[in-house]
Design a protein around this ligand. Structure first.
Ligand code: MN
Length: 286
């Protein structure tokens, strides 16, 4: 088992995140190539996040909130406020741009924000897929509850449940809430697996760690999560991607040439404009 504590990053405008994947010691878990954990952070009335328009290729972004809300807009014309427990899956494929901002009502009243954005790498054959957007509300995600453990499958399949979100390769992503004293046996249905603690007092294989810790299990390693108090963990992973991936800024690709092309496309405005968010953008880093 590998334990990842995360590295602090400032995404700009004071929005601090903990970068869990890639980490210096470990790059991917199944198709998860990127995993950013943010909050819980308190915003006073009038404040919020503004991740200005920026591009992606070769991946799907998966946003999942525990608290707060976030407004998504993209070059397909999607406009979607994401609420806690919903899943927001954006397939970038050959190219999309999006913005993620605090919506006007949430910003006006002040709020707490707490959540995760992960990136799922696409198989080589799907890297040039058409961009698309899926949003599934919390109540439409499959769930179960027994022995003090509430499970909800966000993407992929696990514990006999399958999410309606269309995915490109074998994966699972589960929100698990354990009552104090409950235990959960980690699923062994997938090749690569990790446990990420988002709240409470989880003991994983006999060791207690705080919020924001990821445990990457060895292949075939058995793992039991014991909740010393009410505990929330995310379970994730799947089959590894079909080869190495290059990550540069917001781009994921199996070739560096493709990343160079995406750089020049963003510089030249070839990703297009986001309806309702046409003015600002994040420039290509040097
Ligand atoms: Mn993004």
């Amino acid at each position: 088992m590998i334990i990842i504590k995360g590295n602090p990053r400032d995404l700009g405008d004071g929005f601090h995140v903990s970068r869990i994947l890639p980490s210096p010691g470990h790059r991917m878990v199944g198709p998860f190539v990127f995993f950013d954990y943010f909050g819980p952070v308190e915003f006073a009335p009038g404040h919020g996040i503004d991740v200005r328009p920026h591009p992606h290729i070769g991946l799907a972004t998966v946003t999942y909130l525990l608290e707060g809300s976030q407004m998504h807009r993209d070059t397909l014309g999607s406009v979607q406020e994401i609420q806690p427990g919903d899943v927001n899956w954006m397939t970038a494929g050959r190219g999309i741009a999006h913005s993620e901002r605090t919506g006007p009502e949430t910003r006006a009243r002040g709020h707490r924000l707490h959540g995760i954005q992960s990136w799922i790498g696409l198989p080589t054959k799907d890297e040039e897929a058409s961009p698309s957007f899926q949003h599934v509300e919390s109540r439409d995600l499959p769930s179960s509850r027994r022995n003090g453990v509430a499970l909800k499958v966000i993407t992929g399949r696990a514990f006999g449940l399958a999410s309606p979100v269309r995915v490109f390769s074998d994966t699972f992503y589960v929100d698990a809430q354990l009552d104090a004293g409950a235990t959960l046996e980690m699923t062994d249905e997938h090749q690569e697996r990790a446990i990420f603690v988002v709240g409470g007092a989880a003991v994983v294989n006999g060791t207690a760690h705080g919020d924001g810790t990821m445990f990457v299990l060895d292949p075939n390693e058995r793992s039991t999560i014991v909740a010393q108090g009410a505990t929330r963990v995310m379970l994730l992973g799947g089959a590894p991607l079909d080869g190495p991936r290059h990550l540069w800024w917001n781009f994921v690709a199996s070739s560096t040439d493709r990343i160079e092309r995406a750089k020049s496309d963003w510089k030249s405005g070839r990703f297009g404009k986001i309806p309702g968010d046409e003015v600002e953008f994040i420039p290509l880093p040097d």
